[in-house]
Design a protein around this ligand. Structure first.
Ligand SMILES: Cc1cc2nc3c(=O)[nH]c(=O)nc-3n(C[C@H](O)[C@H](O)[C@H](O)COP(=O)(O)OP(=O)(O)OC[C@H]3O[C@@H](n4cnc5c(N)ncnc54)[C@H](O)[C@@H]3O)c2cc1C
Length: 414
């Protein structure tokens, strides 16, 4: 089932998963042709900075390119041509421009698309550029969502001089359900210290432009509940956000960071099995979809361990590890073991790093630091056994923990 050394690999999606799969294929010795097909017009770029340095204006798109000009990938890049269909016999893909590409194996790496509740979203560089260009200084900013992306964006908006930043996190404290009380309290405090306001457990139901009154002034009309608009960045002018507790708030800039959906619409009529809830491509823990020659990695995929909640979805390190595992499996080499899940986030002056199976924990214990000083080190346990760790500005401790849990490839461990 592995790819012959001269076999042609098609990679669909020129993002992190696509790039790293190709890079790993070359590192692990594949000499056959590789074609990477991407919908975007830009060279493959890294997304984490979009909500941080790029949004702040301290870095530009060219600084985010994944390929290294001093050691460029030996691949054929096809840009601005979205893949619209997968054929299994013969194996290949059809693009929007009408071209059919034949391959000996296909890696699906089309990532995800932002769920859009209204206002701005941040998934692509165009999304981030639109928000970067928005007049944030002095503006009333509302951020919908309580995940790391929402909190990072809120932090960046304060740095950009927003007049006020309100986060609609939909839970009493941001991150309470996922990270537990101490971390949620520390995050709440950190953001409040920088002027960010939270609206407790209220959820945003809809976002609507505030209509201009006949005399040219704008007035707030009572909002009828309506389905969330799914598309588009923010129209000019203030917007009103209707909340689940009956209130509504007005903001000049609205940002939705309410999750992402796998970009798999182009596969709905293919033989590939999609998760009925999320639409992600279902794969085993090597990325194999069950269809000969077809593999999947990154935010568009749901591997078996992710389905059971053992591993997280939608993080940078998870994507890179999956790309490496897919390349090893495609080449029939020693399976590359997945390491403990790892993620990070930068908010104000704090770097938050988490490693391990946090989602499975039934107990959270503070190991060091305080909520007030924002330097927490927290242990996550299940049935009394430590299964994860989270540090706020605790680089050394998290690195040490990850190192102690490192899984070596079977051949080296023997
Ligand atoms: C703003 C932002 C900040 C983040 N910050 C962090 C962070 O701090 N820490 C962390 O751990 N993770 C972070 N992440 C998550 C991390 O960046 C993602 O997990 C990672 O980008 C996933 O890579 P991917 O290749 O699967 O998807 P993507 O990076 O989305 O790439 C998919 C590519 O496929 C293309 N594509 C889609 N459909 C088609 C099609 N039909 N045909 C051809 N091409 C197609 C897309 O245009 C895109 O270029 C962040 C993500 C975002 C958006």
């Amino acid at each position: 089932m592995s790819l012959a050394p001269d076999g042609h690999l098609l990679i669909i999606g020129a993002g992190l998963a696509g790039y790293y799969t190709a890079r790993q294929m070359r590192t692990q010795g594949h000499t056959g042709p590789i074609t990477i097909l991407g919908a975007e017009e830009h060279p493959a770029y890294d997304r984490p900075a979009l909500s941080k340095a790029y949004l702040c204006g301290t870095t530009d798109l060219c600084d985010l390119y994944l390929d290294d000009p001093s050691d460029p990938l030996d691949v054929r890049w096809v840009r601005s041509d979205a893949v619209i269909g997968l054929s299994t016999q013969p194996l290949g893909v059809q693009t929007a421009s009408g071209t059919f590409y034949l391959g000996d194996a296909v890696v699906i790496a089309t990532g995800a698309e932002a769920r859009r509740l209204g206002g701005h979203a941040i998934r692509s560089v165009e999304d981030a550029a639109a928000l970067r260009a928005a007049p944030l200084a002095g503006a009333r900013v509302a951020v919908i969502g309580g995940g790391f992306l929402a909190l990072e964006t809120a932090a960046t908006c304060t740095t950009r001089g927003a007049g006020s930043v309100t986060v609609i996190a939909g839970e009493e404290l941001p991150g309470l359900r996922r990270l537990g009380q101490p971390v949620a309290q520390a995050l709440h405090r950190l953001h409040q210290e920088h002027g960010v306001r939270f609206l407790g457990s209220a959820r945003a139901l809809s976002v609507n432009p505030v209509p201009a009154a006949a005399d040219g002034c704008r007035s707030v009309r009572p909002q009828a509940r309506q389905p969330a608009a799914l598309q588009g960045s923010q129209a000019p002018g203030p917007h009103s956000i209707t909340l689940s507790d009956g209130r509504s708030i007005e903001a000049d800039v609205v940002i939705s960071a309410v999750g992402a959906v796998p970009a798999t619409g182009w596969l709905t009529r293919s033989a590939v099995a999609l998760d009925p809830v999320t639409g992600a491509v279902l794969a085993d823990d090597t990325g194999f979809t069950g269809i000969p020659g077809v593999w999947a990695a990154g935010d568009c995929a749901l591997w078996a361990a992710q389905r059971t909640g053992l591993r997280p979805v939608g993080h940078w390190q998870e994507t890179v590890d999956q790309a490496q595992a897919v390349a090893s499996a495609l080449l029939g080499g020693i399976p590359s073991p997945m390491q403990e899940p790892y993620l990070w986030s930068d908010q104000h002056h704090v770097t938050i790093q988490a490693a391990g199976m946090l989602a499975l924990a039934d107990e959270v214990k503070v190991l060091a630091g305080t909520i007030e000083s924002g330097d927490l080190l927290v242990s996550y346990l299940r049935d009394g056994t430590e299964i994860g760790i989270l540090g706020m500005n605790r680089l050394r401790e998290v690195v040490r923990w990850r190192r102690s849990r490192r899984v070596r490839p079977a051949a080296l461990a023997a």
